[in-house]
Design a protein around this ligand. Structure first.
Ligand SMILES: [Zn+2]
Length: 245
């Protein structure tokens, strides 16, 4: 019974723990951890504070978006991901600002389950960078993904432009393309209070090298549309720290 609308762990076979000695996040995975019955009741999520609603909702968004952009032929995951993103676009701002809107809460719960279903295809740079930052600075997972989101999109642009144009058309954004989708992401972040930079998120740049080292060996890195090189990860971190888009 999920009480947030973000991780989608109700449809997953994994749990995450933090190893406090090595400051790394570790994933425990077993097929039998898949729940037999899920009750997704939006009434259980109305008490979530706005900040947690925003952060977890952006986690669901990043699951759908990274899965959709991950390389590989998986049209079912892609279909689930784009509809999940449409639900987020429709409901997240409302869920944050009108906490008892059950329809918006229900759409976000669906988007969360859809994101975790779709990311069986893969994740990417947002999660690969967010995991070490979260482990080292104890930042909120979804908020950290959301902070990285536009910078990772910009890095991946050459590989995802065509896909993102199709997504922008599905979302009925004006002049559908990479730029209109990026503008949509930036506006959504602003509307729900996502920090624009890592600095605003409370992260310093003293461990930038370590974070880049950790990001490229993170299990999510393999799903990034462009190979996530050491230099690429360092560049994304630097851009996200300074707000350089
Ligand atoms: Zn996530």
């Amino acid at each position: 019974m999920p009480t947030t609308a973000g991780t989608g762990s109700e449809v997953g076979r994994a749990a995450v723990i933090i190893d406090e000695r090595s400051h790394t996040k570790r994933i425990i995975f077993h097929p039998k951890m898949m729940p037999r019955v899920v009750i997704s009741d939006p009434a259980l999520t109305v008490g979530m504070p706005a900040k947690v609603t925003a952060g977890t909702g952006m986690d669901a968004f990043s699951h759908c978006l990274e899965a959709y952009c991950a390389p590989g032929f998986h049209p079912m995951a892609d279909g689930i991901a784009v509809e999940g993103i449409r639900l987020v676009a429709n409901a997240l701002v409302r869920a944050v600002h009108m906490p008892s809107d059950l329809e918006a809460r229900a759409q976000m719960l669906a988007a969360a389950a859809m994101g975790a279903t779709a990311f069986q295809k893969g994740l990417g740079g947002m999660h690969a960078l967010s995991h070490p930052v979260g482990a080292l600075y104890d930042t909120h997972h979804g908020m950290t993904n959301a902070t990285f989101m536009p910078y990772v999109l910009r890095f991946n642009r050459p590989a995802i432009e065509e896909r993102i144009t199709r997504l922008a058309a599905y979302l009925r954004l004006p002049s559908p393309g990479f730029d209109s989708f990026l503008a949509f992401v930036l506006k959504l972040r602003k509307d729900i209070g996502v920090p624009h930079t890592l600095f605003e998120l409370g992260v310093d740049d003293r461990q930038a090298d370590l974070i880049a080292d950790m990001a490229i060996v993170d299990p999510s890195a393999g799903g990034n549309p462009l190979p996530l090189t050491r230099a690429g990860a360092a560049d994304i971190f630097d851009a996200a720290y300074h707000g350089r888009l």
